[in-house]
Design a protein around this ligand. Structure first.
Ligand code: SF4
Length: 384
């Protein structure tokens, strides 16, 4: 029988806004978002970054939620734009000596853990994630100690120390497959940290799971009532929802899936209009994947709206052209922006990540879920 054990609510500290902010007032409140350079400066920066990537034998690995120009740069220079599963795999398979990860801290750490021999850099090491912040390693270890009979499955959005304690790491692309597999083997699950994704997996697989009570500050803000009203205005629209969203929002979805799966839905569905409930950074890739289709952002505003409600991750927004150039130009000598993971901790954390990648390979999930290969995954929506 499945169950949910409530842990105490998790609070997290927010980064201070000590640097100049962009025009987005939410960014000002939540993170150090770099000022957008002028068009002329952006063109110069892009040239410089391309030259530096070559000179440093580095490849740019970017997430769908970062700035559109960084996504384009990654593709134009032979790098990768994808979800966290594919980012991990791409970094591991890359023949470049060095990796630059445009995303958030746990993505850089995962790359370093998988590639201890490579130097891994990020434009801003303070770019983090509310799920990672909301799952401190010591408290998590105590939670695990209380449930020694359970298989520990953690989401990618966790620190190296939390992964070191886990049996499996999963991303949203592969979480259902792995938990379904463990459930079929009769294993009981301890899940962390996203409670919405955990509940979704529990409903889908019927697994016996206890859940850490973390949440994503972006997806937590999608609003059911407002989404219902929007859907009434656009009855023909397909609703695409990331499973880090609240259960009532997920219940309204036509497609629930990882970022790659949602992009794929805009490409393959015959529907013309989509309501999209995930970080709005994804719209750039959706527009490329499905030109001419109408993309409507799911509502985050409403009676219970907060200053967090702009549907864009403030930490993803910390990745900019200037700090990317800076880390490529200076970081290799100064060490600023370099991701470092303690070697022993990295070896322990490696096991749960490698287990996921191995599972993906042996179960034919060689590209993001539902696709047959990495190249299929990116056909038309990523690097050629
Ligand atoms: S969008 Fe949410 S889950 Fe993704 S990095 Fe930002 S806070 Fe974390």
């Amino acid at each position: 029988m499945s169950s949910i054990a409530e842990t105490k609510p998790v609070e997290f500290d927010l980064p201070s806004s000590s640097a100049p902010a962009s025009s987005c007032s939410t960014s000002l409140a939540w993170a150090k978002v770099p000022e957008q350079p002028s068009a002329a400066e952006r063109a110069d920066l892009k040239k410089e970054i391309k030259a530096l990537l070559k000179a440093r034998d580095a490849v740019l690995v970017a997430h769908y939620y970062v700035d559109a120009e960084l996504q384009d740069l990654a593709e134009e220079t032979g790098g990768c734009v994808s979800d966290s599963l594919e980012m991990a795999r791409f970094g591991r398979e890359s023949t470049h000596k060095n990796l630059v990860v445009a995303g958030v801290r746990f993505m850089g750490e995962t790359s370093k853990i998988l590639n201890p021999e490579k130097r891994v850099f990020m434009p801003d090491l303070e770019a983090t994630c509310s799920l990672d912040l909301g799952c401190p390693a010591e408290e998590f270890a105590a939670f695990c100690d209380q449930h020694p009979d359970r298989t520990v499955v953690v989401y990618a959005n966790t620190s190296a120390a939390v992964k070191a304690r886990a049996d499996w790491m999963v991303t949203s692309s592969i979480a259902l497959d792995i938990v379904g597999h463990l459930h079929a083997r009769g294993e009981k699950i301890l899940w962390a940290p996203d409670r919405h994704l955990g509940q979704y997996i529990q409903r889908q697989t019927g697994a016996d799971m206890i859940l850490w009570q973390g949440s994503c500050l972006v997806h937590d803000e999608f609003k059911y009532e407002e989404l219902k009203l929007l859907k009434e205005k656009h009855p023909g629209a397909m609703v695409l929802v990331h499973p880090e969203s609240p259960a009532e929002v997920v219940a309204m979805a036509d497609v629930v899936g990882s970022t790659t799966q949602l992009i794929k839905a805009t490409q393959t569905s015959g529907v013309h209009e989509f309501i999209v409930a995930t970080d709005n950074g994804i719209l750039h890739k959706m527009r490329q994947a499905a030109p001419g289709k109408v993309l409507i952002e799911a509502p985050t505003a409403g009676n219970s709206a907060t200053c967090k409600s702009c549907a864009h991750c403030p930490w993803m927004a910390m990745n900019g052209l200037r700090n990317l150039r800076d880390v490529l130009r200076d970081g290799f000598d100064s060490g600023v922006g370099e991701v470092l993971v303690d070697a022993d901790l990295g070896r322990q954390a490696y096991r749960c990540i490698d287990r996921m990648l191995d599972f993906a390979k042996t179960h034919g999930i060689s590209g993001p879920r539902g696709q047959n290969s990495v190249s299929d995954a990116h056909r038309g929506i990523g690097p050629a």
